[in-house]
Design a binder for this molecule. Structure first.
Ligand code: SF4
Ligand code: SF4
Ligand code: SF4
Length: 386
């Protein structure tokens, strides 16, 4: 077997140390599994790693830096588990001060500005305006519903009605006797800032969120967003230290409530669905089972798996709003064709996957697609409540 390459031994760069944790044997499996490579053959994680090992990491092209979806498919197939997404994240962080272009996507710029506003002190927000009558939320309690940027998404992504996911989550929690805290003090989770190399903004957001979460006295925090989940569960403790709340994705809470007999789905939902593993919930957080358990608990629902699932699942085409171009559309067409060959509804567990796929369908697909709806798993579960 070919010996593993190692980065220059004198290197003190954090990102090269990330690559050095495991040696790359230049087998090219990562490139062959990479969705971006399928859309643009000049993009190759193996090539980028070789360039870094040869001491040329600073000359990484902007194209390579931003084209990566940080989806983790390459790492999942790599024999030595080279953490390429972590390397890209560290490179974005290192090169941010000298780069003219940051997140090359118009919606990335919007999210960038939103995160910076959210990082300001003394914000005066009304984060509950979308909730509407009949749903119960509280100022204090044991369970926080962390909404993420969902209340702000509908102003831009008008074709999505993302607020329905939040309403569904509260409806389900109320049905199980939980009145969740929805706080006006909440800030953006910082996911896009972190993955686009803006660590300062991410850490400010993490600290501001930690302050009110700690003061709330809550024991659990539930989110319907795969990105918030990966931040709050895995990244926040690295920044804010001891973390007093157990972080759950909404599907984990639903699975638990159903198993405990506190929630039952009695209304049939007569749909055929397939499921998209969001990268941040699946490969990044290893939560593959809870969303599937929820789908299987819904009466009347016919659940058909796609061919590429779990750790082999394919990204929705956009990672952290850092890339959206012709390659994105190529990938979305590919994945949606796969979904449409299985079902009329593609279910996700992340509002951002839903936005990106819905955006593609709302525009003009490259090739005609059969009728396909993009649905959130929490929304679907709420429809099954009696
Ligand atoms: S799959 Fe892993 S070992 Fe093979 S080239 Fe890619 S990073 Fe290197
Ligand atoms: S993280 Fe995803 S997009 Fe980036 S190199 Fe790996 S497989 Fe390709
Ligand atoms: S797929 Fe649509 S919603 Fe997503 S980043 Fe691109 S343009 Fe924006």
């Amino acid at each position: 077997m070919m010996a593993a390459l190692a980065p220059p031994i004198e290197s003190h760069d954090d990102d090269l140390r990330i690559l050095a944790q495991e040696g790359c044997i230049q087998c090219n499996k990562c490139t062959m599994s990479c969705p971006v490579h399928r859309a643009d053959v000049t993009f190759s994680p193996r090539k980028v790693i070789l360039q870094a090992y040869l001491g040329d990491a600073d000359r990484l092209s902007e194209r390579d830096l931003w084209a990566c979806l940080t989806c983790g498919e390459c790492q999942a197939v790599c024999a030595t588990q080279v953490p390429f997404p972590a390397f890209i994240r560290a490179r974005r962080e290192a090169l941010r001060p000298v780069m003219e272009r940051t997140a090359p996507c118009k919606h990335g710029s919007y999210k960038d500005i939103l995160a910076k506003i959210m990082a300001k002190p003394n914000l005066n927000q009304d984060r509950r305006a979308w909730i509407g009558d009949g749903l119960k939320v509280a100022d204090t309690g044991d369970v926080i519903y962390f909404t993420g940027c969902m209340p702000y998404l509908d102003g831009v992504f008008t074709y999505c009605d993302s607020a329905r996911i939040g309403k569904a989550a509260i409806k389900i929690m109320n049905a199980a006797g939980i009145v969740p805290v929805v706080s006006n003090l909440e800030r953006c989770c910082g996911h896009d800032a972190l993955w686009n190399g803006d660590r300062a903004t991410f850490e400010t957001l993490a600290r501001r969120n930690a302050e009110w979460i700690r003061a709330s006295g809550a024991k659990r925090l539930v989110t319907t967003c795969a990105e918030c989940y990966s931040m709050l569960k895995y990244e926040y403790p690295k920044v804010v230290g001891e973390w007093p709340v157990e972080v759950l994705h909404m599907t984990e809470l639903i699975e638990e409530l159903v198993a405990a007999g506190r929630l039952s789905f009695t209304k049939p939902v007569d749909l055929t669905v397939t499921y998209q593993d969001p990268c941040r919930l699946g490969r990044h957080s290893k939560e593959y089972d809870a969303p599937r358990a929820v789908l299987k608990a819904i009466p009347g629902l016919k659940f058909v798996e796609m061919d590429r699932i779990r750790e082999n699942s394919m990204c929705c085409g956009v990672g952290a709003y850092s890339n959206c171009d012709a390659q994105t559309k190529f990938l979305q067409q590919e994945r949606l064709e796969e979904a449409a060959s299985k079902a009329e509804n593609l279910v996700t567990a992340c509002p951002h996957c839903r936005i990106h796929f819905s955006c593609y369908l709302d525009g003009r697909p490259v090739d005609p697609l059969p009728d396909l709806k993009i649905v959130d798993v929490t929304d679907l579960a709420a429809r099954a409540l009696g």
